[in-house]
Design a protein around this ligand. Structure first.
Ligand SMILES: O=P(O)(O)OP(=O)(O)OP(=O)(O)OC[C@H]1O[C@@H](n2cnc3c(O)ncnc32)[C@H](O)[C@@H]1O
Ligand SMILES: [Mg+2]
Length: 477
């Protein structure tokens, strides 16, 4: 029995048509889905770029500890399946072969139609796969570039969708096929209009649904099935906005409690990398600041890595921050604790730099008012120092420098930094975060850092930016 999840990746929500089928055919399996909505459509993009985007999705999924990867996207299958299969040591399944196999089985007249994105049509992947099975088949391929945007904008039941489908499929109707492959996982959402246009006698092939039957066979073949009783876990990620994603997902999957999360995959390697941090791995963060540890833990949770703070090591001797720069202090902390614990350690030294105060409190941010970590006293002192300074002159930034140190390779530090620009307010706003967050106003968001969730704060904060930079450096190593 294997409890690891199956990963499904797509350029957008289309892959959900495959997930829907997986939930029906394989209810015990744990499922992770990622849609790259921020960069769709994939169809018109050059194949070389689709390969890079697909690797970023695959590397994100590897961090989730998946046991099998399903490329629930025809464009990505056509461009990237062979390279992913060649490098990954888990089974990788694309949607084109299962779709072709079903079409060969279904046709009576040998006339098969394929509708797909420009990229898939250009690759000729379906015609090749069909002809490999039977070179007598007459295959008509047609690009339907307008279908994906209609589905992604949640207009797939509108009259306008019906008109677009009718107009696009005119040449396909004229071709007189008896079987039509929906060669893009978005298209099954338009199925009623496609069937109506093609006529009741034309058999529609849902490549995604066929793929799940293949997944099911492979799970048994490789002994990877999950026999747990009850329904498996489902995790949904989108690189776009979770709001619209949830609407379509809830409608299509008929689930009302969909928790969709934003995923940032821009820092994932766009090629094969060997050392992906895998679930179960633990990182020790050299900090006794709970807020800081929570933010770093949230960042790594998205990558399946567990974070432990110094609170988990009560016997450790505190390391003094005697440096004059963030980097010196972060280095002192990372090495001091790595030596004591004999484990790789990540340290953050960070602080607030206010322009009107010549960069203060800077490295002294934690102990600005004297006692270390008295947030209320630090904030009171900050306000007093800025008394009378007008809003426009209250510009400031947070900076974070991260140092990752290895106990046995002290010369091998990985250093990364990040910052975020903002303005110091006059009244505290919000209850989240820590330190100076309630006074740190981010103009683009119209909110303070204390009004954001941990996840939201990480997407823009100095620490989030530093963590993403660190991830990139580790992947490049
Ligand atoms: O040294 P460790 O144990 O990691 O915890 P610390 O809080 O002492 O951490 P620093 O020495 O790096 O001091 C950073 C201080 O800067 C401020 N600060 C840093 N990042 C912040 C953030 O994201 N939000 C609000 N204040 C922050 C806050 O006052 C922190 O105590
Ligand atoms: Mg400190």
């Amino acid at each position: 029995m294997n409890e690891a999840p199956i990963g499904f990746i797509d350029s957008g929500v289309g892959g959900l048509t495959v997930v829907k089928e997986a939930l029906r055919q394989l209810p015990h399996e744990n499922v992770v889905f990622l849609g790259d909505q921020a960069r769709l459509p994939y169809g018109p993009r050059p194949a070389e770029q689709v390969v890079r985007f697909t690797w970023q999705m695959a590397n994100f999924m590897r961090r989730k500890g998946i046991k099998m990867l399903v490329i629930a996207c025809n464009t990505a299958t056509a461009a990237a399946l062979s390279t992913l299969k060649a490098h990954l040591d888990i089974p990788v399944v694309g949607v084109i072969v299962p779709g072709s196999r079903a079409a060969v089985k279904a046709t009576q007249t040998g006339k098969i139609g394929v509708i797909a994105t420009e990229g898939t049509v250009r690759s000729d992947a379906y015609a090749k796969a069909l002809h490999r099975r039977n070179d007598q088949l007459a295959v008509t391929s047609l690009a339907a570039p307008k279908f994906v945007p209609i589905v992604e904008s949640n207009e797939y039941t509108d009259p306008i969708a019906e008109r677009v489908v009718r107009e696009t499929l005119t040449p396909m109707v004229a071709a007189g096929v008896d079987t039509l492959v929906m060669g893009c996982t978005h298209y099954p959402l338009l199925r009623p209009f496609i069937q109506q246009t093609m006529g009741e006698n034309v058999k529609l092939i849902d490549s995604g649904a066929e793929t799940v039957s293949e997944v099911s066979v492979l799970l048994d073949y490789f002994g990877l099935a999950n026999d747990q009783s009850g329904v498996g876990t489902r995790a949904f990620y989108t690189t776009g906005h979770p709001g619209m994603f949830k609407e379509i997902a809830a409608d299509w999957l008929q689930l009302d409690d969909i928790a969709a999360k934003h995923a940032d995959i821009s820092t994932e390697a766009d090629h094969y990398v060997e050392d992906i941090a895998t679930p179960g791995q633990t990182i020790v963060v050299a900090s006794s600041n709970k807020g800081k540890v929570a933010e770093i833990a949230e960042f790594f949770a998205n990558r399946g890595v567990k974070v432990r703070g110094l609170a988990d090591f009560p016997d450790v001797v505190p390391v003094d921050e005697t440096g004059t720069t963030f980097q010196e202090n972060a280095t002192l902390k990372a090495h001091g604790y790595a030596q004591q614990l004999g484990l790789p350690v990540l340290a953050d030294d960070s602080g607030l730099m206010v322009d009107a105060l010549d960069g203060a409190p800077g490295v002294f941010s934690a102990r600005y008012a004297g006692d270390a970590h008295n947030d209320a006293a630090n904030n009171a002192k900050l306000l007093a120092e800025l008394g009378g300074v007008p809003a426009a002159k209250r510009t400031a930034r947070f900076r974070s420098v991260l140092v990752l140190a290895h106990p046995d390779r002290p010369e091998d530090d990985v250093v990364a930094e990040g910052s975020v620009e903002g303005r110091i307010g006059t009244l505290p706003e919000g209850d989240n975060g820590f330190g100076y967050d309630p006074f740190f106003f981010v103009p683009e968001l119209g909110r303070t850092l204390a009004q954001l969730t941990t996840d939201e704060k990480n997407t823009i904060s100095h620490r989030g930016n530093a963590l993403r930079a660190l991830g990139q450096k580790l992947d490049a190593k």
